[in-house]
Structures are given as structure tokens and as C-alpha cells.
Write a protein that binds this ligand. Structure first.
Ligand code: PEP
Ligand code: MN
Length: 339
């Protein structure tokens, strides 16, 4: 059930509707918008009779939801969500870029890269402290030591820290040191982890699963939101196909497909989406051109020495060139982001 309040509904009328929903034992999700507030209802085992709400003061409409999602949808919130991360944002007027190494390897490495990221004017720094590696013998990340380095990067450069949590205990750790929780492709359907992130005060970067359909991905976002965390950013990072010329197939059609259904910001990861250094910049350009709200890119000061994902890491010079190029493209298509 979706309740649309009248444009002139008062705070009091909205609160009364929320109370009725809570008294019924359901969960209310109020989404204030530019023109009206809408309220999504979750936790109801069956359908709810709309007449329960239709006659309450301030209610314009009570609509039965027939789609599988209730909260990610434009029906609930017709205008785009801007996810705020401190004084930075994703989905706002500025193209959001998250840049940094695949993994934090040392203080010297993180600072060398962060210095360039800061100089480029980009607001977000990435780097894994807990790495989901295919082989158990590959570098697994520095753990808490890596998070401490990330916290120092934030302190030194004012960058917002985006870092992955592999499990529920990892969310506790990211909450202590970071600014945004990355949930990786391999964990997109780890439902207990999604629920834990949904109870966090930090925004969530939700990567698309290795072979997830659009619906599965959006329903994963729905899991986070159903717990009350509405600050979710979707990330297209490529899916597994028969193609062998890339690590994954970057599905850029997912960007307009998400836009048609959801108010959530969506960004592109051309690094994991291609796996190859020479393809990252062209696909980053394309991601912005197709309407993404931002990019997440892997950068390394010495890619040939990287402990993970060196083949797809941009050098510092390549990264600086990429930022200039994608900003120019974004300027051209920015009007498409308004409204
Ligand atoms: C990463 O960002 O380094 C990563 C492991 O990404 P994904 O979950 O998309 O593979
Ligand atoms: Mn990586």
C-alpha cells in the first residue's frame, strides 16, 4: 500500500496516518517530496483495504502496490533521491566520483593516491580493507589496520571514505571508521548483511550481483530500505556473460532501466566492469554519457605492484585525464539530470 498525502497536508495529518499504520502493526516509510509526502507501508502479510486510509484527513489517495518493490520506486518518490554523505552528495547536481585503490596496501600507498584524488577535486575515496578474493590464498586486505589508514586519509584530505563490509561484523567496523558502506557484488543477496546495513546510519553503495537481474538488484536495495535506511546508491559493475574480451560485461543499459523504475542514484564501475586498464576510460565516458550519477574507479600509484586488481587500475596520470574528460561530458548532459 502506498499512501499519497495531499500537497497541503499538515505535519499533524501526516503523523496521524503514520500512527494508524504503526497501530496496525505495520511499518511506515514517509518520503517527503517536492510536492507531496508519500508513505510506503511494509510488514503487512496480505493486502490492506485502502478504505482504511482514504478518508483520513490529508490523504489524497491510497494505492495498492502491485509491483514487487514498494520503496525504491518512483511511485513512492517521483523525484530523484540525493544521497548525502556529510557535505558531499551522490545524485545531486555534481557528478560524484569515488576513486582509490582496490585494496589499502600501506599508508604510503593510500596517501600517494589520496593526494591525487584530493587534488582532482573529487570528494570520495575508495579502498578495501576486507577484500572478497576468489582465492583464499590471495591478499585479503589489511583489516582494521586498513580502516585506520582510511580514517587518516579522511582526516588529512577531507575525503569521504567508501569501503566494503563483507559481513555483519564488518558493518560495525565500517561504521567506526568510514562514511559509506560498500556491499559487494558477491554479497548482493546476502540478506542478513543487507538487513544489517539497513539498520546503519551510514549510506550504502550496493553493487549489482555477478549475475543479478534488474529486479533482483532492486529488491536487494529494497531489503536495505525496508529496514529504514533510505540512503542507497546502486552501482552497475558488470555481469558475467560468455564474453572473454572483458572481465565482466558492463551493462550500461541498466542505467536508463533503473532510472525508469527507481528514484535511487545509480553509478557505474568501469574498473570491475571491464577488468582492463585500457577500457576503463572509454567505459567511464560512456557511463556518464548514458546518465549515471557518478563513477567508482580504481587508481593505483604503482599498478604493476598492486596486490589486487592491478590490471584494471588507472595510473595517477590516467586518472587525472579521466576526471577532466568525464566532467566535460557531464556538463553536456547535465540538463538531463534535472527533474
Ligand atoms: C571492489 O570494489 O573492489 C570489488 C570487489 O567490487 P565487486 O564487488 O563489484 O567485485
Ligand atoms: Mn577491485
Amino acid at each position: 500500500m502506498l499512501i499519497v498525502m495531499k500537497a497541503d497536508a499538515t505535519e499533524r495529518e501526516i503523523d496521524d496516518v503514520l500512527s494508524v499504520i504503526n497501530e496496525l502493526g505495520f511499518r511506515a516509510h514517509a518520503m517527503p517530496g517536492a510536492n507531496r509526502t508519500a508513505i510506503g507501508i511494509t510488514g503487512n502479510p496480505g493486502s490492506i483495504d485502502p478504505t482504511r486510509f482514504e478518508n483520513l484527513p490529508g490523504v489524497a489517495e491510497a494505492i495498492r502496490v502491485t509491483k514487487p518493490y514498494k520503496l525504491i520506486t518512483l511511485d513512492l518518490r517521483p523525484e530523484k533521491t540525493v544521497v548525502r554523505v556529510g557535505d558531499a552528495a551522490i545524485g545531486g547536481e555534481e557528478l560524484a566520483i569515488i576513486a582509490g585503490p582496490c585494496a589499502i596496501e600501506s599508508r604510503a600507498q593510500a596517501f600517494a593516491i589520496a593526494e591525487t584524488v584530493r587534488r582532482s577535486g573529487v570528494r570520495f575515496f575508495r579502498g578495501g580493507a576486507y577484500k572478497p578474493r576468489t582465492s583464499p590464498y590471495a591478499f585479503q586486505g589489511l583489516g582494521e589496520e586498513g580502516l585506520k589508514i582510511l580514517a587518516d586519509v579522511r582526516e588529512a584530505y577531507g575525503l569521504k571514505i567508501v569501503t566494503e563490509a563483507l559481513d555483519e561484523a564488518g558493518v560495525d567496523m565500517v561504521e567506526r571508521y568510514g562514511d559509506m558502506i560498500q556491499l559487494g557484488a558477491r554479497n548482493m543477496q546476502n540478506f542478513s548483511l543487507l538487513k544489517r546495513a539497513g539498520r546503519s546510519h551510514l549510506p550504502v553503495l550496493l553493487k549489482r550481483g555477478l549475475s543479478a537481474t534488474l529486479d533482483e538488484w532492486l529488491l536487494a536495495a529494497e531489503y536495505v530500505m525496508a529496514e529504514g535506511n533510505y540512503n542507497v546508491v546502486l552501482c552497475e559493475r558488470g555481469i558475467r556473460t560468455f564474453a572473454q574480451h572483458t572481465r565482466n560485461t558492463l551493462d550500461l543499459a541498466a542505467i536508463p532501466a533503473v532510472r525508469r523504475i527507481s528514484h535511487l542514484p545509480v553509478i557505474v564501475d568501469p574498473s570491475h566492469g571491464t577488468g582492463k586498464n585500457y577500457m576503463v576510460t572509454p567505459l567511464a565516458r560512456a557511463g556518464v554519457a548514458v546518465g549515471a550519477d557518478g563513477l567508482i574507479v580504481e587508481v593505483h600509484d604503482q599498478p604493476e605492484r598492486a596486490l589486487s586488481d592491478g590490471a584494471q587500475a588507472l595510473t595517477l596520470d590516467q586518472y587525472e585525464a579521466l576526471v577532466n574528460e568525464v566532467r566535460a561530458i557531464y556538463e553536456v548532459i547535465a540538463p538531463a539530470h534535472v527533474g
